[in-house]
Design a binder for this molecule. Structure first.
Ligand SMILES: *[C@@H]1O[C@H](CO)[C@@H](O)[C@H](O)[C@H]1NC(C)=O
Ligand SMILES: *[C@@H]1O[C@H](CO)[C@@H](O)[C@H](O)[C@H]1NC(C)=O
Ligand SMILES: *[C@@H]1O[C@H](CO)[C@@H](O)[C@H](O)[C@H]1NC(C)=O
Ligand SMILES: *[C@@H]1O[C@H](CO)[C@@H](O)[C@H](O)[C@H]1NC(C)=O
Ligand SMILES: *[C@@H]1O[C@H](CO)[C@@H](O)[C@H](O)[C@H]1NC(C)=O
Ligand SMILES: *[C@@H]1O[C@H](CO)[C@@H](O)[C@H](O)[C@H]1NC(C)=O
Length: 336
């Protein structure tokens, strides 16, 4: 089924329902594109654009609040040009949002209004950390989106690619400002719509979204960013010390809400942490239940950049199948 063009032959900005500030196209370096749009979009493509608007709303809210905050925070350690770059990123995210709005209006698809958000940010340093995380997740979600649109709506794939490369420049900047390598790995990591949606939910005040996205809500999983002290680690059931990794893998501690995660229904199946990084197959390591709502699993070697991890019981080799069989998660781990 296809949704045919509704308003005009180019993106219909006239019908834009204003839910975001007008982007400053001078600062952004340009406004939404004026090239002709395809005559029709698929129903699944329209849903994907709605999900993308849901994610872009979060980015715009984050960056516009942070741009304001940066003018009051102590930014002594950051150059003026870094602050200018943040303001340009904010304006570019607003242009992306307006472009998505126009696409949805063009085919008479309902817009996705913003939710209320909560960002754990109270300094310039924390801003750059969270900006890197949100930016990385946005890139991963857009890679997944590109794959779906390449099949359903190839004529919009070019526009999405041109957004993806700009998002990557933004994240390279956030990494550089934090003195991390701007290019940690040869491939970025694509994730499915379900995972992208659930990571976004961790920044959203529950019950505050005026419109629900029809995707499953998964139990939340958190993972400690640091390395565990091996002496505190409980042994595996077979008596070996779980900290004695022959491969030098890093042990990670996971936390979940035991009332939310129905691990009991898994019976005696081994719980697994499924790790997704770059364009590789997921890697699985056993998850050991250490106490109520807590467990440990090894992070495999050879990961770089950011990696996504979720709890499951099946070793799916396809990232989208892992997303479908996720028991809790995903969590994001900044590996390098
Ligand atoms: C902006 O500052 C307020 C007040 O300190 C804080 O609550 C909020 O999380 C900050 N948001 C961002 C995105 O920086
Ligand atoms: C940064 O901007 C402030 C305010 O505009 C100015 O006082 C300061 O000299 C600038 N610093 C540099 C290094 O350009
Ligand atoms: C969301 O924010 C608006 C405006 O600040 C407020 O009126 C509303 O109560 C909030 N909703 C929730 C669920 O927090
Ligand atoms: C003990 O169990 C762990 C986790 O299931 C496994 O990785 C390890 O190979 C086992 N060791 C032996 C000696 O069976
Ligand atoms: C684990 O490491 C400790 C200390 O390095 C060692 O004594 C112990 O034998 C190791 N256990 C296994 C199962 O390798
Ligand atoms: C995990 O460990 C806690 C405390 O040891 C226990 O109450 C709970 O039943 C365990 N869960 C599973 C699935 O084994």
């Amino acid at each position: 089924m296809l949704l045919r063009i509704f308003a005009a032959i180019s993106l219909s900005f006239a019908t834009f329902a204003r839910c975001a500030p007008f982007p400053d196209i001078g600062i952004a370096g340009g406004g939404p594109p004026n090239s002709p749009v395809p005559v029709e979009i698929s129903v699944s493509g329209a849903k994907d654009v709605q999900l993308t608007q849901f994610l872009e709303n979060l980015e715009v809210s984050f960056f516009s609040a942070a741009s304001t905050n940066l003018s009051t925070w102590d930014t002594a350690g950051y150059s003026n040009s870094s602050i200018d770059t943040v303001n340009r990123i904010t304006a570019q995210e607003e242009v992306h949002l307006e472009t998505l709005t126009a696409i949805l209006n063009t085919y008479n698809v309902p817009l996705i209004p913003p939710c209320n958000y909560s960002f754990p940010v109270s300094s310039a340093k924390e801003f750059f950390e969270v900006a890197d995380l949100i930016g990385s997740v946005g890139i991963s979600a857009t890679i997944g989106l590109s794959q779906r649109l390449a099949l359903s709506d190839p004529s919009v794939a070019r526009l999405i690619s041109s957004i993806l490369s700009v998002e990557s420049r933004h994240d390279a900047f956030f990494r550089d400002v934090q003195e991390r390598e701007p290019n940690p790995s040869p491939f970025d990591t694509g994730i499915s719509a379900i995972w992208a949606y659930n990571i976004a939910l961790s920044f959203i005040i529950p019950g505050s979204c005026p419109v629900q996205i029809p995707l499953p809500v998964l139990p939340e999983l958190t993972v400690a960013q640091g390395t565990m002290d091996p002496s505190t680690v409980a042994p595996f059931a077979n008596g070996t010390n779980s900290a004695n990794s022959t491969s030098g893998d890093i042990l990670k501690e996971f936390t979940w809400d035991p009332t939310q995660v129905p691990f009991v229904v898994q019976g005696d199946k081994q719980l697994l942490a499924g790790w997704v990084n770059q364009a590789n197959k997921p890697v699985y390591t056993p998850l050991t239940n250490t106490s109520e709502g807590k467990g440990t699993a090894r992070m495999p070697q050879g990961l770089s950049g950011i990696t996504f991890v979720a709890i499951t019981t099946e070793k799916f080799m396809d990232v989208d199948d892992l997303a479908q069989s996720t028991i809790a998660g995903p969590a994001v781990v900044v590996v390098s």
